[in-house]
Design a protein around this ligand. Sequence first.
Ligand SMILES: Nc1ncnc2c1ncn2[C@@H]1O[C@H](COP(=O)(O)OP(=O)(O)OP(=O)(O)O)[C@@H](O)[C@H]1O
Ligand SMILES: [Mg+2]
Length: 302
Amino acid sequence: MSGELSDLQDLLDRMERLPPSECSDLTSLLKGWLASQHAAEVVEKDSIPQQFGMIGDSPAMRKVFDLIGRIVRTDIPVLVLGESGTGKELIAKALHQYGARRRKKLVPVNCAAIPAELLEAEIFGHMKGSFTGAHKDRIGYAEEAEGGTLFLDEIGDIQLDLQAKLLRFLQDGEIRPVGSNKTKKIDVRIVAATNRNLQERVKKGEFREDLYYRLAVMPLELPALRERSGDIPYLVKFLLAQQAADGLPAAKISDDAIKAMAAFAWPGNIRQLQNELIRSATFAQEGVIQRSDLSDDIQAAS
Ligand SMILES: Nc1ncnc2c1ncn2[C@@H]1O[C@H](COP(=O)(O)OP(=O)(O)OP(=O)(O)O)[C@@H](O)[C@H]1O
Ligand SMILES: [Mg+2]
């Protein structure tokens, strides 16, 4: 199968796994796919360095790519650490997409976004009548990810009682749906991420030490963007191409503006860079972002 055909096959496979409610929005899925194809073309045409679908060539990112290369085909749990906006979710996607489980699902769970009292049932499933509102049996995210990858995002936020249950799951690969007295074996790879300092939380007694060591078999620390400023020019070109393909404001950028961006510290990392590019492209005259189009603090830094 040619590259494009196998990509299309991939897309179809992904569509088939979507719940019917999401299937209605096939056009947006196709748009997303076309945008990613376009971005891939830009990467190739402009020789933008990337590995595992991530842009970067700095020593810090090469270390990350090297580690991914070593673990991507294994089932070792991975704990992705890094400041907000550094690409933790993208790492989880790469570990799934380039790994042996890519034909199965990657199921993300944002542990900080789900109310604590519902999180156990969301992850492990529940039986009919096990709590108010549980009108029928429902499988949880862990079971939905069977054969694939379960991505526990913002793991640093979960409460101690659920931490104990997660530990058991990590230890013996068994889940017990809420309200059930039976356990089930589940085969998933666990990738977890947090922007919190977990060791600090362990010291304070807010995070179980045994769970920490289970998760942190393979810690993968993502550098902040300011520690890889050599990647900024590549990221800028890539993100501009990506936003143009996504139907967001499109523009080219002057070398001087790129220089200014490379000198800024980016506390919000790549997400902040993305937002700045959308903002400045909106104001760019004649389709080229100049230094004067950038936010004041970025101009001031350079
Ligand atoms: N190396 C990279 N190359 C290209 N795009 C990237 C890279 N790293 C991150 N991005 C993009 O930057 C944005 C932020 O990344 P992501 O959501 O993975 O960060 P995060 O660490 O999970 O952030 P948060 O802590 O806020 O959840 C995403 O749109 C992602 O696609
Ligand atoms: Mg994230």
